[in-house]
Design a binder for this molecule. Structure first.
Ligand code: ZN
Length: 448
């Protein structure tokens, strides 16, 4: 145990200790492979202690050699981490919240870690917290007036262990809409019976990748590699079919107040919701607000947690908080999507799951204009979200989807703009402030 403490001390301050199973396996080389361990590290991220499960048993001489190899790297990482002077952003509460929310695993059906963060944070703003039968968390502020439902889903794209091969490679059922090309050569965590197990999706070595007659690399089937040498190794790690698999990707701050992370879809919606809750906790307005972190949105047509929680809440109006799809990147063309990163909050005018209520859309436009909040509009054929389930509750509910633009939402590395986030919080607060019984009645009315 002394060894592991030492390793954490060496690597932990500068970065993350991430060791794969089985000595002598050089599955991923960071800077230095070593006979006993494969180590790679990032800076400025709290160590994931549960990732360390294979204790070093090296001789003192080997340990010394590894230490001397790692020392320059650790120092370099430390310098890099300390590179630019810490800005006020580093101490920013929202940055901490976004980092915390995006780094935890939460594939559909395994939202435990996200639910804990959401519930803990919600408790600061209300004591009325409940759950639906699938695991969505519902926090209520106020107990009179129109029932406003704010929705953000807690799950992210992920996978599930399907089959373990005799050679130890693991096939995965993908959960959610992944592009094939986003999957190889990525880091993942498998939540097994003995805890979190790090893994990487295999990619053929360039020197031996099979090519077709035209010289194109052949398509490779996807397998997870945990460092296991055989199926018995996989079993010993506590992994079995059905175990959840989540992407691993660290939160980072990019230039121009833009943030890089996985799972913006829909942790950014969760974060907007918590910030709106904070702002409205002591504010007077004539509505009761239900803040819902839903489960099992990704990969499901019926948006399961939104449907079950809406049955409990019976909302008069529903807002889904989601990621917008900025299309200011080379390639897809203007018909695919219309938002830009940094252009302010967005609102969906059409998705496959929802044609938003026209009066509610007009209300959002009016409030945004009154508040001088820039509002973008989007029209994405391949997009569906929780609003599609909320709208069908009871005899029908006016809904719309408000968006924080995010690049590469269904991948390990997405980007949001802090200004878009802040303005979306402002917009949601203003929308709720300005709703009242008469406005809601007018929105709900179909009397010609
Ligand atoms: Zn989503």
């Amino acid at each position: 145990m002394r060894s592991i403490t030492m390793w954490k001390r060496i690597v932990g301050r500068a970065g993350r200790f991430f060791a794969l199973a089985n000595r002598e396996r050089k599955i991923c080389s960071g800077l230095h492979g070593a006979r006993e361990y494969i180590i790679f590290a990032h800076f400025a991220v709290p160590p994931l202690d549960s990732f360390v499960y294979h204790l070093p048993r090296g001789k003192p001489s080997i340990m010394r050699r590894m230490f001397s190899c790692l020392l320059p790297f650790c120092l370099a990482s430390q310098i890099h981490a300390q590179g630019p002077p810490p800005s006020t952003q580093d101490a920013d509460r929202v940055v901490q919240l976004l980092k915390e929310l995006t780094e935890v695993p939460g594939p559909p059906g395994y939202e435990e870690a996200v639910r804990k963060i959401m519930t803990d944070r919600m408790r600061a703003f209300t004591d009325k917290i409940s759950y639906d039968g699938l695991g969505s968390v519902i926090a209520q502020q106020g107990d009179a007036g129109p029932r406003i439902m704010l929705d953000a889903h807690m799950d992210e794209l992920g996978g599930m262990v399907r089959h373990i091969r005799p050679d130890g490679f693991i096939s995965m059922e993908m959960l959610g809409y992944w592009l094939d090309r986003a999957l190889p050569d990525q880091r993942w965590v498998i939540i097994g019976s003995k805890g979190a197990v790090p893994a990487v999706t295999d990619i053929w070595d360039a020197h031996i990748a099979p090519h077709d007659a035209q010289g194109q690399a052949q398509r490779q089937e996807l397998f997870l590699d945990t460092g296991a040498r055989n199926a018995a190794d996989v079993a010993a790690l506590g992994i079995s079919p059905g175990d959840p698999v989540a992407p691993v990707s660290d939160f980072a701050i990019l230039a121009n107040h833009r943030y890089l992370a996985k799972a913006w879809d829909d942790r950014v919606g969760c974060a907007v919701m918590l910030e709106v809750m904070r702002r409205l906790a002591k504010a007077a307005h004539p509505n009761q607000v239900f803040y819902v972190g839903t489960v099992q949105e990704e990969g499901s047509i019926e948006m399961r947690g939104a449907a079950t929680s809406a049955r409990i809440i019976n909302p008069d109006v529903g807002f889904s908080l989601e990621v917008g799809i900025p299309n200011d990147v080379p390639g897809p063309g203007p018909e695919a999507a219309q938002e830009v990163l940094g252009g302010g909050p967005g609102m969906m005018l059409y998705t496959f799951s929802e044609i938003p209520n026209r009066k509610l859309v007009a209300y959002v436009k009016r409030v945004a204009a009154d508040q001088h909040i820039p509002l973008q509009f989007d029209f994405v054929r391949g997009f569906g979200d929780d609003a599609g389930a909320i709208k069908l509750n009871g005899s029908g509910v006016p809904v719309t989807t408000v968006l924080v633009p995010a690049r590469s939402t269904h991948a390990h590395n997405g980007i949001i703009d802090r200004g878009d986030f802040d303005r979306t919080v402002d917009l949601m607060v203003a929308l709720i402030h300005n709703l009242d019984a008469a406005t809601v009645a007018a929105i709900k009315s179909f009397n010609p």
